[in-house]
Design a protein around this ligand. Structure first.
Ligand code: MTE
Length: 334
């Protein structure tokens, strides 16, 4: 389905000012009655009564996952608390406000689910809901997530390398790119039903990577966060996590992955290509046209907000991906 609306919400300068973010966070914490982290973690998402007990909604209630910890990354980082990871979100299908996804995705139904991998592959694959959790051994990885809006978090994701899924599908030698598509469900997603709620983006939300980026060992398909299945607002039941790129590349609630020889169109790039490049590699030296990318607000627990401004690192600190871009001018191909 292709719909085109005049964009009503594009990230504005003041979306990233300290004051705006600070005010939003304060409002959020106040609304939630700011419970201690311990209470939240032990009580899980239901501590907030997000999920009712009836059968239909129970499918999206986070449940514990079996996984091994991969300690290669993030061991020295302070984690962003669960309640911030799950209540300060960007998921425009559920509304453009940071608190909207947690509110509007409460009844998001993820089971049954179908994820298909097709296009230029020898072996097209279709995974059902349970297979998302059982087809590959799950591991937990702690990654930094840097949003283009100049805030960042440190998040323990549970999932598997996208390269394992790609290997199973066997890309043809002609395949050069990987295209991703989010569920398009106007009945469940108020932002798709109503352009004012969804910021006037063209839905379904679509993203893309070069095949070598998709196959990089850092690129992950996440099915969980903090050891439990993803809440709806974080992209249940399965999402992409590309830690060296701005967060908008990490597309949520994926139903389709297509191997192709053409650079796929991507949602934010289609909306404003001067502002949101296809590559979207985190880069402190390439500013967004309307704000600096030199530093970021690390969203952590407590403390004065001012204490959390830190310098942004090239590739979000994941320097092992640099060879992917060896012959590119990152100021032009941003
Ligand atoms: N995926 C879809 N389908 N729709 C979205 O609006 N927002 C992106 C990305 N994936 C988005 C999406 C943006 S801008 C960011 S920063 C991350 O999701 C945020 O992920 P989080 O809410 O889990 O922190």
């Amino acid at each position: 389905m292709t719909r085109r609306f005049t964009p009503t919400v594009v990230l504005k300068d003041n979306d990233v000012t300290d004051e705006t973010i600070y005010t939003q966070r304060r409002k959020l914490l106040k609304q939630m009655g700011f419970l201690g982290t311990g209470a939240l973690l032990s009580g899980g998402a239901n501590a907030f009564g997000w999920f009712s007990d009836d059968e239909e909604t129970a499918v999206s209630a986070p449940r514990p996952l079996d996984f091994k910890q991969n300690t290669t990354w993030g061991q020295d980082e302070t984690l962003t608390p669960y309640e911030k990871v799950t209540q300060f979100n960007n998921f425009y299908e559920f509304g453009t406000g940071k608190e909207d996804p947690a509110k509007n995705a409460q009844n998001f139904k993820v089971d049954p689910w179908t994820l298909s991998i097709d296009g230029m592959v020898e072996n097209p694959i279709t995974l059902g809901y349970e297979e998302l959790f059982s087809k590959f051994a799950l591991e937990e990885r702690i990654y930094r997530l840097r949003c283009v809006e100049a805030w960042s978090m440190v998040i323990p994701w549970t999932g598997f390398q996208l390269s394992h899924l790609l290997a199973m599908a066997k890309p043809l030698s002609s395949a050069k790119y990987v295209a991703f598509e989010t569920l398009d469900s106007p009945t469940q997603m108020p932002g798709i039903r109503n352009a004012f709620v969804g910021g006037g983006l063209d839905y379904p939300y679509i993203e893309g990577l070069r095949l070598d980026e998709a196959a990089h060992p850092l690129t992950m398909m996440a099915v969980g966060v903090y050891g439990k299945t993803l809440p709806g607002q974080n992209g249940a039941p399965i999402r992409l996590v590309v830690p060296w790129k701005y967060g908008f590349k990490s597309i949520k609630s994926i139903v389709k992955i297509t191997l192709t020889d053409k650079k796929p169109p991507t949602t934010w790039n289609q909306l404003a290509k001067q502002e949101y490049g296809f590559y979207a590699n985190v880069n402190p030296n390439v500013d967004h046209p309307r704000w600096s990318q030199a530093s970021e607000r690390r969203i952590t627990r407590g403390g004065l907000f001012k204490q959390t401004r830190i310098p942004t690192q090239l590739f979000n600190g994941y320097s092992e991906v640099a060879p992917l871009y060896a012959n590119m001018d990152l100021t032009k191909q941003f």
